[in-house]
Write a protein that binds this ligand. Structure first.
Ligand code: NDP
Length: 283
């Protein structure tokens, strides 16, 4: 079974659009502010996708685009301005930032009530206590995709390759919350394939094209491939899709798997923040 993130995101975006249409009979539209620095082709393409998806569901999205030579202070000031703007519900700072900017400082400057990516330490802390309101978009999107295909995680052994703060670490927590037993692997893991072969669910978020092949997975495993790598002008995942596809029970393609679900989860996070801003105020 191919876990079609593109189709699933279209369906879920449509459901979100209907909710927003209903809310707009009473309230202003939700508003997502996006801060982009520089003109990295991959970032520009992600931003284009986010703007288009936001517009399609009725979320107003505004892009604040800075040149490569911008200072940390200038971005900080923009974040403060957006923090104070009552018309802005969610904000994201497209990563990675150019090396001269203080990424950790800037991601923490975003008000916790507008943190649409869920990268603020407070939101991460809540996540690790199982109390989160805003979940990081990529892991959240993956759980929504599993849910859309009625894949039950309870009691399964999930092996995560990669321990980044935005994917590997939080998906470990979310899958554990859903009742999975977790193993997290990383660059220092000895005998990676020993671990990956134990996986009922294998999540790979490394950024190395075709790191995982058929010899490294258990038959009928469920594979979530987060990696996005450009090889010979084509996008490929961290898993060798053609090699493993007949060996698995379910797999996400690259592109069209985890990526569109990440965008859907970002829109959903923005909507949840909007609900808090607009609806609670009128209660
Ligand atoms: P990072 O680049 O932050 O980290 C990579 C992780 O992989 C680290 O934990 C590292 O270990 C681990 N690693 C590196 N080499 C190996 C190896 N040989 N064996 C096992 N583990 C290894 O990861 P991200 O999660 O930010 O991104 C990973 C990929 O996912 C990238 O291709 C990125 O573009 C893509 N991505 C896709 C998204 C989507 O929406 N589809 C969203 C976010 C990312 P260590 O910690 O020890 O260094």
């Amino acid at each position: 079974m191919i876990l079609n993130g593109k189709e699933t995101a279209i369906k879920l975006n449509h459901e979100l659009q209907l909710k927003i249409q209903q809310d707009m009979q009473q309230f202003r539209p939700p508003h997502l502010a996006i801060i982009l620095v520089g003109s990295h082709p991959a970032s520009l393409s992600y931003i284009k996708g986010k703007l288009k998806a936001a517009e399609s569901v009725g979320i107003k999205a505004t892009l604040h685009h800075f040149g490569d030579d911008v200072s940390t202070l200038m971005i900080y000031d923009k974040i403060q301005e957006l923090n104070q703007d009552e018309q802005v519900d969610g904000m994201i700072l497209q990563l990675p930032l150019p090396k001269h900017l203080d990424e950790a400082y800037l991601t923490q400057a975003i008000d916790v009530t507008k943190d649409a990516d869920g990268f603020h330490v407070l939101n991460q802390g809540l996540l690790y206590q199982g109390k989160s309101s805003v979940k990081p978009a990529t892991p959240y999107g993956m759980t929504l995709l599993l849910n859309a295909y009625n894949i039950d995680v309870l009691g399964k052994h999930a092996v995560i390759v990669g321990r980044s703060n935005i994917v590997g670490f939080p998906i470990a927590r979310l899958l554990m919350d859903l009742g999975a037993t977790i193993t997290v692997c990383h660059s220092k893991t000895k005998d990676l394939s020993y671990h990956t072969k134990q996986a009922d669910i294998l999540v790979v978020s490394v950024g190395k094209p075709h790191l995982i092949d058929k010899n490294m997975i258990k038959k009928d495993a469920i594979i979530l491939d987060v990696g996005i790598n450009k090889v010979d002008g084509k996008l490929v995942g961290d898993v060798n899709f053609n090699d493993v596809v007949d060996h698995v029970s379910a797999i996400t393609p690259v592109p069209g798997g985890v990526g569109p679900m990440t965008i859907h989860a970002l829109l959903l996070n923005t909507y949840h923040l909007y609900e808090k801003h607009v609806k609670i105020k009128t209660k």
